[in-house]
Design a protein around this ligand. Structure first.
Ligand SMILES: C[S@@+](CC[C@H](N)C(=O)[O-])C[C@H]1O[C@@H](n2cnc3c(N)ncnc32)[C@H](O)[C@@H]1O
Length: 284
């Protein structure tokens, strides 16, 4: 007899076996996002009419309180999720714990990309007690919180333009007990980011990131220091294409650059990578 390992997905398949047509079982989502106790799933159109029973079984097996239908891309400047409530509690706010950090959020209003987990963990260990950091795109504290908790820098200025994300950022600073070294800053970073203070600047954003390079350079003390530059681009042009944009921006400040490392954060689409470049801005 075949030795079938029981996984959450095989349990879901078994529990749904007599509840949806047999020929649809193979279309059940094998992957999902679990943010705190909220589940995000994608359902093909044929399964939509069974959304209630499917959600009931997924919540039972995966110990969730709410199911959101994931309808596709994260949208707009504010990076809002495109999701719809389909099952369970309508109290959607939850606390997601990752790497010992508590992120409070409403997954219906705020994104949380599980694909960026390794980068959030890496950022936690990148700094030290002597540094001042500006996080230009702080969101609810994706990078700011692990940095503050594990690297304990002197100060992090965390900028966020979306009021909902900013309010969660403020709550998460308290929740993770880092009020002493994190200062949340509400507004467009191009207007509110502190200048000439930072040893390190984070640009964790994927829409025209290069347009924010002057802001990042102005944040750095004497326009010298480290930047962590995120971009989505064809894998084959990495790291040269984004690096050239940084070189051009630095030149405007009479600075040159040194690439310390670059790495893929996640695959965005076939042949397209979300990458992060760690670049030192130096005096020529
Ligand atoms: C969602 S985060 C990026 C994801 C994050 N790096 C991660 O690990 O999941 C980007 C944030 O930047 C914010 N944002 C976009 N433009 C901004 C601006 N000009 N100034 C400040 N914040 C901005 C968005 O509202 C959003 O919350």
């Amino acid at each position: 007899m075949k030795n079938m390992r029981t996984t959450p997905f095989t349990s879901i398949q078994e529990l749904l076996a007599n509840k949806i047509p047999a020929d649809l079982i193979e279309y059940l989502p094998l992957r999902w996002e679990k943010i705190g106790d909220v589940l995000l799933i994608k359902l093909p159109s044929d399964l939509l009419r069974f959304r209630e029973i499917i959600s009931e079984i997924y919540t039972q097996v995966l110990h969730c309180k709410t199911v959101l239908l994931d309808k596709g891309n994260i949208m707009g400047v504010y990076r809002e999720p495109n999701v719809e409530w389909i099952y369970g509690s309508k109290e959607i706010e939850t606390v997601h714990v990752e790497n010992g950090i508590r992120y409070k959020l409403d997954p219906q209003k705020i994104m949380f990309s599980s694909g960026n987990m390794d980068e959030r963990i890496r950022m936690g260990l990148i700094s030290n007690k002597k540094e001042t950091i500006v996080d230009l795109f702080a969101g609810i504290g994706y990078f700011t919180l692990p940095l503050a908790v594990y690297s304990k820098p002197k100060k992090i200025y965390a900028c966020e333009i979306n009021k909902i994300a900013y309010d969660y950022l403020c709550q998460n600073i308290v929740l993770n007990d880092v009020t002493e070294n994190v200062e949340p800053c509400f507004g467009d970073n191009r207007e509110i980011a502190p200048e000439n203070v930072a040893d390190r600047v984070l640009l964790g954003y994927l829409r025209g990131t290069f347009e924010f390079l002057p802001t990042a350079l102005n944040c750095l003390k004497n326009n010298i220091g480290m930047i962590h530059y995120h971009e989505v681009c064809p894998t084959k042009v990495l790291p040269d294409q984004p690096l050239q944009k940084i070189r051009d921006a630095a030149k405007e400040y009479d600075r040159t650059i040194k690439l310390l490392s670059y790495r893929p954060v996640k695959s965005y689409a076939p042949g397209i990578t979300h990458a992060v470049l760690d670049v030192e801005i130096i005096k020529p």
